[in-house]
Write a new protein. Sequence first.
Length: 214
Amino acid sequence: MSKNDFRSECIKQLKTLSPHTRYYRDTKIRTILEGVLQELSIKRILFFWPMGFEPDIRKSIQYLRREKEVYLPFMDGVSFKMVPLRYPLECKAFGIYEPRNSYRKYNLIDVAIVPVIGVDGSLRRVGFGKGMYDRFFPTLKTKPFTIFIQSCACRTKENVCDDYDVQGDLLITPHGVQSMRKTNVKRTSRRGRSRPHQRAGRIFNFKKDYRYTF
């Protein structure tokens, strides 16, 4: 199977989702996402403003921006940069809503919330083929803890992605959350504080809770 074949299959699955159950799916995803972010105890988050088949996480964005630094993508050539969430948002190309531009460069976040339509056997992202996240991640100071979000579970055991495709740490669908990496390596900051990768180990042990398992 090629990446394009897998992408086509995932899009077919998305198109079969009933619009009557979308509110339920999105609510499940938001509830799980907010619980995960509370466990991580982080400060800076890159979200996405939903469109098309992407889960509607706008209520989570509104809720979390009260206490966190929230950023959104801002289109910049063939990629994007991140800017602080500020209203009103403007509708740009492809129907994407963006905050106002910022001339300050932001390149440090704790967590990135990334929409996906599929995930392959190497835990890499399949999107719509624009490659924007693949170009964006190398511009960051450090790799953030990366949470993939899907409206439906579409994953293959085959390695169909390229080495430059973004890898995730957690995958959230309406069915629950699934760990996508081993966490036996401890990572601590210079001050001895645990980083999101280490603290996330608690999330991976939620198997007794039906909300957090497939």
